[in-house]
Design a protein around this ligand. Sequence first.
Ligand code: G6P
Ligand code: MG
Length: 225
Amino acid sequence: MMLKAVVFDLDGVITDTAHLHFLAWRTVAQEIGISIDETFNEELKGISRMDSLQRILRYGGKEGAFNEQQRLALAAKKNALYVRSLASLTQDSLLPGIREVLAGIRAANVKTGLASVSLNAPGILQALGIDHAFDFCADASRIARSKPDPEIFLAACAGLNVSPREAIGIEDAAAGIQAINAAGMLSVGIGPGLDEAGIQLHSTRELTWKCLTDFWASRTVLIRN
Ligand code: G6P
Ligand code: MG
């Protein structure tokens, strides 16, 4: 089977917005008396805005403390802070190796897709100057379930017109790796603690086109045996 598509997560894979999400949530959480740290933040990666708020409230023992209108206001406050911090993004904010690997995938006539549940994804791609580098971006506003549900990766494969079995997914979050695996795709994990990934890389520096094709070839051998 040929590799037909590579589907990327955005936050933490293409650019370091994962940290900006954390800073915005930390400010909002502090205002309601909940203290979160980077370790807890790992549980928010790949999780939609409202689901993230839910997890923060549960973590702080305040699940029932806010009605829906108040929860929407808290989420809106977080998003305003987050969007403000995005103003610092430029074409230099791509993580190392991303521009090169996108070019390598294109040159090989393999399709590129985006599977981010962030409603800010289109604006971020534009700020990074890579909105034309993707053949299809799954629309987060049409996704009902956050990762680890495979919905967003399946939507990306459907939009690219490829079978998940012909695609690789790339993620920096445990929930994201679970989503890729559940979609039936091959998973690449960026960063520590992603034991369920088909292959784990230390950073995007290692994410070369050669790395992806070697990984794909090794997987074919596994299937033949
Ligand atoms: C990504 C990030 C999450 C974030 C979610 C929604 O999945 O990993 O941390 O909560 O997107 O982002 P948004 O920009 O729509 O609030
Ligand atoms: Mg991510």
